[in-house]
Write a new protein. Structure first.
Lengths: 164, 478, 487
């Protein structure tokens, strides 16, 4: 049962992720991305990571992608021109290299025998996550706030018009 | 004195830098007067921080379940980054005229990136490593795009963004493999797993290779170098300089920490990987630099070549190799920043980065020409300058491991690189200037450049102090 | 013996360079006087060292040892023996006269003298150091300023010549450095101290063979060894006078000195094995250089190719591996150094006055500038080995040694000497005798100051010519000792 569910959601994630790239209209891309996020959230649920799943849905699907949609609609973006994807002759290398990578990945993945993670207790998931974040992983957590600061600073500077 | 030291928090450096960043934000908001001099404020405070940090010497601790350590190595690396930071802040001042607005925010971004570098210097955990790298990368996304009206800068920012995100993705993917196997992101746990009998070396190697994609992007080694020429050309020059020293060094520092975990377990693959990477990177960088017409692109290619040299130290995979890498990075710090500072000062006066415009520089400004000359010679590895001793250590480390052909390749590339560096020297010293006006220089840049030159010559002649320091630092992680 | 005389010699040009860097660009006269004083002091100190030197003692003398990076086997270790005391003396004399000859220079004076003194630092360093790391370091210091010196102040195709010279010499030195590192780590020496290596390390015969020929060719590039000599005539021609003097006079000797000091010193057995090959190369040098010189019209090219030919005699002397041959080679290094310096000093003046060096366009100069012509002719006669001048004993020694060991090379050398006589005499005839070109009615001879500078060189040529023992006494004990100990 679990593997059936897993493969269903995994297929969903991969196909929609491909569709994000291959659809011509940006709005469609965003909608497919929502589906990808949804699939990912389902996978988290299967890993008993309920909190992360909820955050995934709320933050990405709920907030960020909706924002994307607004921007796309406000800017009235049309179909992207085909020519904007032209690149140099090195693109012909992309396919063989990807194939090599996939073969490598396949052989490696076939070798993994994970004995199943100890995991966290299902009940205390959120709590223990919070606990870890504020004890063992306090520093990364704090650094992330600086990443956000840099990102905010960047968006302000790069997007603001007529500013001294 | 002892009391003072024991009063300091073990994280005084990180906290101090964070306070400086946030403090400058407030200063920027509330004081118009300070806003104008925010660069000087940033410089002065950072310098103070460096002094405090130096007085904290030998005060080694580890914290947060030892995912964060202050050892001799991290002390050395944080001093490296602080010196870089001071240079970059100082040279940004000379570049101020190019920013029509928001110059104070540029300093903040530099400081933010440095914060990432400094936490990176002490981390022994993949999680913190990734987050610190992201802090560096995000700050650089913005810095590279800072000249918003210049299409080249936008191109630089976009390229860096796309490729940076891709490489971060690979890095994370690799980390997840390693985590999946060992059940920990902590370096010492991973090392313990790797030496245990049930370790799956093949998958671990795969994970490491994926991590190398992310690290290789930072180091600018072939085949992750595609962004370098365009980004180096388009980005504001202080950002380019910072990329070429700070960000590149960050990549190598990660690799130094990783050497300990991975090298003992797959030596053959490791040596093969790094010899090949090093050889290809050397050749690509050095041949690519020859036809360049823009000095920033040119230095970009030359920085690829230097990545190739640095990788030789890892190909050797010995403590001597690590000593050599660290020494080389210190010499590279002074040398490359010196070269970029000259580029900034030159473009300030002439608004050009074209090599053709450097014609007759020795007549327009003998000081700038002499400085650039010394910097280029040190980059090429000419004795008695710092670059020579770094190359000497690297080649020696490789020869000790019987990789003679790599050593010969390295030595031949010195000749090739000297050829193209001499082309610029020829422009500066032999060709006649089209515009014979002298180039004015402010005293502070003159002092800064003199310090850089003193560093180049000092590290070239009196190698012992730094080398001893490096040796004790490397010993601390073994 | 706490006064480190060798380091003091080495520091003279360094101090001069630093003083010059802090002298204002405008005060050219001050810069020249500083250069003259520091090079004068170095001559003085070299003579003191020469005086103190005890030729009968084959061990190192006046040693100075400072441990630099002991864990890497790098020590600042200087010392002199019969092999290098003469070379140090030669260097100081040539730079002193070189400064005098450059007295009239007026283009970017500050940079010129600073670079010149920097270069000389390197030359002194190579000659006195006994540590391979410092050997390489000083070697590069001696080679690299060449690029700027030729490319800025040179003439005739200067940029091409400068680049060619730099690249050739660097390739040679890269080769040399690779061998040094191989000695250091592959052969397990783990030190760069030459004397320690000699005493402690026994080399594998196969390694010896490769290392010897590698060093011979690597250093040979700088010594102008055929077929790697091609940079040298172009470089000599393009370089400004003082630089040509230093270059042909001293720098090429660095290569030959490196062969003796490092290659021959460490690998005597391999030297024996390779001797026929190196002797053949040297023979090519002698004949090729001499034959090409006959075809030149430019005075500087004639001297440039004659240098190739004369360096061949040095290399042949080394290849014979006999006491006579080695003595001859060392003597030739000294005498050729002084002689070419004089040659270039004279040609430099001719070019300054007539703005040409083609001897078809010159002619009859002996009547207009008799003193300079005399000097030039003395140099020429030394070159062709006239008895009474220093070229004669040196070439004779090599010839005697060569005829015994490699008769064919010996005969070829004799032919080379004959060809040399031919081109030297014909050059002198065309340039200094015959009808005077009308354009050169108003040229001036050298003044007293320049007369003094060149006079020093002439004095050496004559003194050593009539009293060769003065020099041979210096080198004979050490060469005898080395060759006896080696085999």
């Amino acid at each position: 049962m679990e593997s059936v569910l897993f493969y269903t959601f995994a297929t969903l994630v991969v196909t929609t992720a491909l569709l994000v790239i291959f659809s011509n209209h940006p709005a469609y891309s965003v909608l497919y991305l929502v589906l990808t996020m949804f699939g990912l959230a389902s996978l988290y649920v299967m890993l008993h990571a309920y909190f992360v799943a909820a955050i995934q849905l709320m933050v990405y699907a709920g907030a960020i992608l909706v924002l994307f949609l607004f921007v796309i609609m406000l800017l009235n973006l049309e179909r992207e021109g085909e020519e904007s994807f032209r690149s140099g002759p090195s693109r012909w290398l992309a396919l063989p290299l990807t194939l090599v990578f996939l073969v490598e990945l396949y052989t490696v993945v076939m070798q993994i025998h994970i004995k199943g993670s100890k995991g966290l207790s299902v009940e205390g998931n959120t709590e223990s996550l919070g606990h870890l974040l504020f004890t063992q992983h306090l520093l990364p957590f704090e650094i992330i706030s600086f990443v956000l600061l840099a990102a905010i600073l960047g968006t302000t500077i790069l997007s603001k018009r007529n500013w001294k | 004195m002892m009391n003072f030291i024991s009063l300091l928090h073990p994280f005084s450096l990180e906290i101090g830098l964070a306070i400086i960043i946030l403090g400058l934000f407030f200063l920027d908001l509330f004081s118009v007067q300070a806003k104008k001099n925010i660069g000087s404020w940033a410089w002065g405070l950072t310098f103070l921080l460096l002094l405090i940090h130096l007085s904290n010497w030998k005060h080694f601790v580890s914290a947060l379940s030892s995912t964060y350590v202050h050892d001799a190595l991290s002390f050395l690396l944080s001093v490296f980054f602080l010196i870089t930071l001071l240079f970059i802040l100082a040279m940004s001042k000379s570049y101020r005229h190019r920013f029509e607005r928001g110059h104070s925010e540029f300093y903040m971004l530099i400081l933010l990136a440095s914060l990432g570098m400094i936490t990176l210097a002490s981390t022994t955990d993949f999680l913190l490593l990734f987050v610190s790298l992201e802090l560096i990368t995000v700050s650089f996304y913005v810095m590279n795009t800072y000249l918003r009206t210049d299409p080249k800068s936008i191109e630089a920012g976009l390229k860096y963004l796309v490729l940076g995100a891709l490489s971060s993705g690979f890095l994370l993917y690799g980390i997840s493999f390693i985590y999946g196997l060992s059940g920990s992101t902590h370096f010492s746990d991973i090392a313990r797993y790797a030496s245990s009998p049930e370790a799956n070396a093949k998958v671990l190697l795969f994970g490491f290779l994926l991590v190398m994609v992310g690290v290789g992007f930072k180091m600018g080694s072939v085949p992750f170098h595609f962004w370098i020429p365009d980004v180096y050309e388009g980005a504001p020059t202080p950002a380019t300089a910072f990329l070429s020293v700070g960000s590149k060094a960050a990549g190598f520092f990660i690799l130094i920490r990783l050497t300990n975990i991975f090298f003992p377990h797959f030596q053959n693959a490791w040596v093969l990987l790094f010899t090949l990477l090093s050889a290809i990177t050397l050749i690509y960088g050095n041949l690519g630099a020859i036809p360049q017409k823009n000095i920033k692109r040119f230095l970009g290619y030359s920085s690829i070549g230097h990545a190739g040299y640095l990788l030789m130290g890892f190909a050797a995979g010995s403590t001597q190799g690590l000593h050599a890498v660290l020494y080389y990075l210190f010499s590279y710090l002074f040398t490359n920043l010196c070269a970029f500072w000259v580029v900034i000062l030159f473009s300030k006066a002439t608004e050009s980065d074209e090599i053709a415009d450097y014609a007759g520089l020795s007549k327009r400004s003998p000081f700038l020409a002499a400085t650039l000359f010394i910097a280029l010679m040190s980059l090429a590895g000419v004795p008695p300058l710092a670059g020579f001793f770094g190359k000497f250590l690297l080649i020696r480390a490789v020869v000790e491991k019987n990789l003679i052909w790599l050593a010969v390749l390295g030595a031949l590339n010195v000749v090739v690189s000297l050829y193209y560096y001499l082309m610029i020297v020829k422009k500066m010293y032999i060709d006649e200037p089209q515009n014979p006006e002298t180039i004015p220089l402010d005293p502070s840049s003159k002092i800064g450049l003199s310090i850089a030159i003193a560093g180049i010559i000092g590290l070239g002649i009196f190698q012992a102090p730094l080398l001893q320091w490096i040796e004790s630092a490397v010993k601390s992680i073994l | 013996m706490h006064f480190g005389i060798l380091t003091s010699i080495l520091l003279c040009p360094v101090i001069g360079m630093i003083l010059i860097l802090f002298t204002p660009r405008k005060s050219e006269q001050a810069i020249k006087i500083i250069s003259l004083i520091v090079s004068g002091i170095s001559v003085f100190l070299s003579f003191i060292a020469y005086n103190r030197f005890d030729p009968s003692n084959v061990l190192l003398q006046m040693e100075e040892k400072i441990s630099w990076l002991p864990q890497y086997g790098i020590n600042y270790w200087n010392g002199v023996d019969g092999l290098n005391i003469g070379m140090i003396l030669l260097t100081s004399i040539v730079i002193f006269t070189g400064v005098i000859v450059s007295w009239k220079l007026n283009y970017r004076v500050k940079e010129f003298f600073a670079l010149l003194l920097f270069l000389v630092t390197g030359v002194f360093g190579v000659f006195m150091t006994l540590n391979l790391f410092f050997f390489f370091l000083f070697y590069e210091v001696a080679v690299l300023p060449m690029y700027l010196l030729i490319a800025i102040w040179g003439s005739t195709n200067k940029e091409y010549a400068a680049l060619k010279l730099t690249i050739y010499l660097l390739l040679g030195s890269a080769f040399m450095f690779a061998i040094f590192l191989a000695i250091y780590s592959l052969a397990g020496a783990h030190t760069f101290d030459l004397m320690t290596i000699k005493d402690k390390v026994t080399f594998d015969p196969a390694f010896q063979k490769i290392a010897y020929i590698g060093l011979f060719l690597g250093c040979g590039v700088l010594a102008g060894c055929w077929p790697f000599h091609v940079w040298s005539p172009d470089g000599h021609v393009a370089a400004p006078t003082a630089v040509s003097m230093l270059h042909a006079g001293v720098l090429m000797k660095l290569g030959a000195y490196g062969i003796i000091r490092v290659a021959l010193f460490l690998f005597p057995q391999a030297a024996q094995a390779w001797a026929p090959f190196t002797a053949t190369l040297a023979t090519f040098n002698i004949l090729y250089g001499a034959l090409v010189a006959t075809q030149q019209r430019d005075l500087k090219y004639v001297i440039g190719y004659s240098s190739v030919s004369h360096m061949g005699i040095v290399l042949l002397g080394i290849s014979t591996l006999t006491v006579t041959g080695l003595n001859g080679a060392l003597f030739q290094m000294f005498s050729h150094g002084i002689m070419t310096a004089l040659f270039f000093a004279c040609v430099g003046h001719i070019y300054d006055e007539c703005h040409t060096r083609f001897f078809d366009e010159l002619g009859g100069l002996a009547h207009k500038i008799p003193i300079l012509s005399t000097f030039f002719i003395i140099a020429g006669l030394t070159g062709l080995g006239l008895p009474g001048l220093s070229g004669f004993p040196s070439e004779l020694l090599v010839l005697i040694a060569a005829i015994k060991t490699y008769p064919i090379s010996g005969i070829a050398t004799a032919i080379g000497v004959v060809v040399t006589t031919f081109y030297v005499v014909s050059a002198i005839m065309k340039a200094f005798y015959g009808p005077l070109n009308k354009n050169f009615e108003h040229i001036k001879d050298i003044d007293l100051w320049q007369y003094f500078g060149r006079g020093i060189l002439v004095a050496f040529l004559i003194i050593l010519g009539v009293w060769p023992k003065l020099f041979l006494n210096l080198v004979n004990p050490i060469t005898t000792y080395l060759l006896l100990k080696g085999f």
